[in-house]
Every structure is written in structure tokens, then in C-alpha cells.
Design a protein around this ligand. Structure first.
Ligand code: FAD
Length: 303
């Protein structure tokens, strides 16, 4: 089985998250070649075939040209799977390549099971397994769903070229405007999840964050519900954080949340369900009603 892994380069750097693509290929027991529109001086530690196009020439992102570069590689490699990260790059590019190849695409793969791929359903409350037909199949992988795997070694570089006019001009990246909170620099984060029950309970979680000298974080439903501003959201569509201490209050541990916080130094989860998935990454799981436990802890800290 063969995978063609589509790597990403941002501001001249080979992204560390590209190594999750190797983790996926390993899980599949597949061999890999990689495509990178990047820079000769920042290559992955991987002893396989690396199709390398120059980002200075083709842009770090340019849908028309990158699609052509990938299609040229598909002709040579004839992969079973063409694998992207489920990022803005992958979201945009994978369907273009799939349409050009008239090939099926599965988006947001979170697991491999029973000869198929697991996809989230019912807002990640369940997973469904899909077995696609034919080859190649295009896949985008949810961030954090597969382990980071650094195969090691030096790639065998195959220069990649294409011709044609770019349909768009890539102007650059614009960082999201940070509001009054900078989670990426916080050493302690206390995050509120749907388990806190209602917006009126947010101040109790914020009070614990303050008592610890930390910042308030939140899961997506809390943000979507308008209880907390999006600047506080942790996860794939929020911020990626790595504080020394992360306290998850009433958060189940969905993959999209874990992807944003599982590199924290020490993780405490407060959840009334002893089997909540957050327990798999937590150093300490406190099985309790969050709205009883948190105010009591804050009061103790104040003494
Ligand atoms: P729930 O999953 O509803 O969990 C609530 C938890 O609280 C449960 O474990 C429950 O046992 C516990 N609980 C309930 N009552 C109490 C109580 N009284 N005391 C203690 N515990 C209690 N999510 C993110 O967080 N960040 C993202 O960036 C993000 N991006 C996403 C992107 C996409 C494309 C998609 C599809 C989803 C994304 N999600 C994201 C949503 C994610 O899939 C989950 O739905 C979400 O993380 C769940 O939030 P939660 O844990 O707060 O709520």
C-alpha cells in the first residue's frame, strides 16, 4: 500500500504537524513518498522520496500551481492514498485534487479501523467508519488524531516543477488579532467546558484562573454559545496551548480540543464522568461536580 503525503511549509518552515502524516501512514502499514512546496534548507527527517518544489517560485500557497505539482507526482507514484492535514491548506487543496482525479475524498479522518477510516459524526459524539472504493482516495487528517512520527534519515529529493499562470497571488499570512488574552504565553490555563452548565457559571471558572495567576480558556461549545469570547477557545479551531498547568473543567476531551492542549505540562480534568475521554490525557482526573469542586478549590486557594 502506498501513501503520498502532502506536507506544508509556513513562513519557510517545514511544519511539525507534517509528522502526523507519517504517524498515519505507519498505522496503515503503508510506504510513503512526500510532496513539499518548501525550502531546500528545511527538509523533513525522512529517508524516503521527497518531491520538492521551491516555495520561492510557487508560493507557500497557490491552489492552481500546487494542485498541478501534486497531480504530476500522482502520475509518477500511483498512490493508494493522497493524504493532507485537515488544515486550511488541506481543506482547500484536497477537493481540487480530488475533482481533477475524479477520486473520492474523506475529510477529517480521526482513526483507522476495520479496513476503513473513522470520521466524526454527531458533533464528535460518535464515530462512523467509512470504506472508500477505488484508488486513489484523498484523505484529510484531523490535527492531533494520529501520533507524531519522525522516521529519521535524509530524504531522496526529486525536484518538482510545473508551468502555467497562477490563478491567484498569495499575499502572506495575517495573525489573528489577539484580544485581551494571550493563551499561547500563559503558564496556567483553566478552561470552561459545556459541563459547567450555564453562562452564569463562567465567572467561577475565571475566578479559579485568577486565583492561580492564569488565564481563562474554553471549549468550542462554550464559545459557540456566546458564553466566552473566541479569543479564549482552545483546540483546532481555537488556539494551541502548552501551559505548565491546564485545568479542564467539564470538558469531555474531544479530539479537536485535545489537539490544542495535550502538550500541556500537567493536566488536571474535573469531570463527573470517570470514563470521560479527557481522562486519557489527564495526569489527574477529579471525578466531581465541577460547580461544587471549582468554587471550593478557589476558596481554599484564597486562604
Ligand atoms: P461536551 O463534549 O458536551 O462535554 C461536556 C463534559 O462535561 C462531559 O464529559 C460531561 O461528563 C461533563 N460534565 C457535565 N456536567 C458536569 C458537571 N456538573 N460536573 C463535571 N463534569 C460535567 N472543540 C473545542 O473545544 N475546540 C476546538 O477548537 C474545536 N474545533 C472543532 C472543529 C471541528 C471541525 C469540529 C467538527 C468540532 C470542533 N470542536 C472543537 C468541537 C468538539 O468536537 C467537541 O464537540 C467539543 O470540544 C466538546 O466540548 P465540551 O467538552 O465542552 O462539551
Amino acid at each position: 500500500m502506498k501513501t503520498l503525503l502532502i506536507a506544508e511549509c509556513r513562513e519557510g518552515k517545514f511544519l511539525d504537524t507534517n509528522y502526523e502524516l507519517f504517524g498515519f501512514a505507519d498505522k496503515l502499514g503503508a510506504t510513503s513518498a512526500m510532496v513539499l512546496v518548501g525550502r531546500q534548507d528545511d527538509l523533513p527527517a525522512f529517508a524516503g522520496k521527497l518531491y520538492l518544489a521551491d516555495a520561492a517560485k510557487f508560493g507557500e500557497y497557490n491552489p492552481d500551481l500546487h494542485k498541478k505539482l501534486i497531480l504530476a507526482t500522482v502520475d509518477q507514484e500511483k498512490p493508494d492514498y493522497i493524504v493532507f492535514g485537515h488544515t486550511s491548506y488541506g481543506w482547500d487543496l484536497a477537493p481540487r485534487v480530488a475533482a481533477a482525479l475524479k477520486a473520492p475524498q474523506l475529510s477529517e479522518v480521526v482513526g483507522v479501523a476495520d479496513g476503513g477510516f473513522e470520521l466524526p459524526s454527531c458533533n464528535m459524539k460518535m464515530r462512523r467508519t467509512v470504506k472508500p472504493q477505488g484508488t486513489p482516495v484523498l484523505l484529510t487528517l484531523q490535527g492531533g488524531a494520529f501520533p507524531v512520527l519522525k522516521p529519521g534519515g535524509t530524504p531522496q529529493v526529486v525536484p518538482l516543477e510545473t508551468a502555467g499562470e497562477p490563478g491567484v497571488n498569495f499575499l502572506g499570512y495575517e495573525p489573528a488579532v489577539a484580544k485581551d488574552v494571550n493563551l499561547s504565553k500563559a503558564e496556567i490555563i483553566v478552561s470552561a467546558g459545556r459541563g459547567i452548565g450555564k453562562p452564569e457559571n463562567v465567572p467561577a471558572i475565571a475566578a479559579l484562573a485568577k486565583a492561580l495567576g492564569g488565564e481563562l480558556g474554553a471549549s468550542r461549545p462554550v464559545v459557540d454559545g456566546g458564553w466566552v469570547d473566541h479569543a479564549h477557545q482552545v483546540g483546532t479551531t481555537g488556539q494551541t496551548v502548552s501551559p505548565k498547568l491546564y485545568i479542564a473543567c467539564g470538558i469531555s476531551g474531544a479530539i479537536q480540543h485535545l489537539a490544542g492542549m495535550k502538550k500541556s505540562g500537567f493536566i488536571v480534568a474535573i469531570n463527573k464522568d470517570k470514563d470521560a475521554p479527557i481522562g486519557e490525557v489527564a495526569d489527574v482526573l477529579v471525578v466531581a461536580d465541577v460547580m461544587q469542586f471549582v468554587p471550593a478549590l478557589t476558596a481554599k486557594l484564597g486562604k
